[in-house]
Design a protein around this ligand. Structure first.
Ligand code: ZN
Length: 320
């Protein structure tokens, strides 16, 4: 039997040991190289694109020789106004990409010894960086599976049987239940969305799936509408999971990862953050055969290209 990818040496190209052994200056250089790959890490002014600058070494800042603008390696990126050492930032990224089912923020804050709030905001910013790879705006092609899975809104049954209510009825629900609708290419990308009803998936398919694709869906009645636009394989899950190649197993395995992430690591999720976890999970799924050094590289370079996060900048200061 072939060895599982994550057990192979090829999957391990980055370690905490190597990050901390190389030290803070080396970690700083990594960020410079990711930010300015075309000049091999030499600073480029974010305002006027001039390639020569004075180095203010003591504060790790640069001053443009042309327009005198002062900037740092993280200015204008999602890491702007970071307080963490570059070494710790790299270590946190390493831990996050190593966690194939996600990592809880309490655990991350203990591992790198930072506040829970710092870990929480950092992880959400990194999920934004991952989202640029997931929500690319390009349509899905080839064979595309679609399905939905419900998350959240759990109603705890009353201790005494006599006082328990019918949890299926709308008046007893909390209003926080959401569905993740995912479309997944058999050989490629996973594209998740969050909605209130699985049937919203038909409109999402219209926007995001090529007309030349073949689709797969289960027996749920709302998917009948897909037949208007595509050739659709249907599989009746009450009778069979895979019927001579007709199945939705790829999208189901995405939901399995997302469920493991939410139940095992985050222990529940508010509707506000569900799309971020779905994105994170899709990113892990699509990169499941990439070694961890490359994964960290992808996250950092995406993060360096992502502008200052509007959602997470000063998040806790604002909430307080
Ligand atoms: Zn300049």
């Amino acid at each position: 039997m072939a060895q599982h990818f994550l057990l192979s040496a090829a999957s391990r190209t980055l370690s905490l040991r190597s990050i901390y052994k190389a030290g803070e200056d080396a970690a700083y250089k990594v960020f410079c190289q990711m930010r300015w790959p075309e000049t091999n890490g030499e600073a480029v002014c974010p305002v006027c694109s001039h390639e020569e600058s004075y180095k203010i070494t003591t504060r790790r800042k640069f001053k443009c020789k042309n327009c005198h603008h002062q900037f740092s390696v993280t200015s204008g990126t999602i890491f702007a106004s970071r307080k963490m050492a570059f070494m710790d930032l790299l270590a946190a990224i390493c831990l996050i990409v190593n966690a194939s089912k996600g990592i809880s923020m309490v655990q991350l804050s203990r591992d790198i010894d930072c506040q829970y709030k710092t870990a929480f905001v950092l992880a959400h910013k990194l999920r934004e960086a991952m989202a640029t790879e997931i929500h690319t705006g390009e349509v899905l092609e080839g064979h595309v599976e679609i399905d939905g899975a419900y998350f959240g809104g759990h109603i705890r049954p009353h201790n005494e049987k006599a006082k328990r209510v019918d949890r299926r009825l709308k008046q007893h629900q909390t209003g926080t239940r959401r569905v993740v609708i995912a479309m997944r290419e058999r050989e490629g990308r996973t594209l998740p969305f969050v909605g209130e009803h699985e049937g919203e998936g038909v409109a999402l398919a219209n926007e995001n799936v090529s007309r030349l694709s073949t689709m797969s869906a289960d027996e749920a009645a709302h998917w009948d509408a897909l037949h208007m636009g595509w050739n659709v394989d249907r599989v009746n899950h009450s009778a069979i999971y895979s019927d001579h190649g007709k199945h939705t197993n790829m999208v189901e395995s995405f939901f399995s990862r997302l469920r493991n992430m939410i139940q095992g690591q985050h222990h529940g999720v508010s509707p506000k953050y569900l799309h971020q976890y779905a994105t994170h999970s899709a990113w892990l799924e699509d990169n499941r055969r990439t070694d961890n050094g490359t994964l960290a590289h992808i996250v950092v370079s995406n993060a360096m290209e992502s502008p200052v996060s509007r959602n997470w900048k000063g998040y806790w200061q604002r909430a307080a």
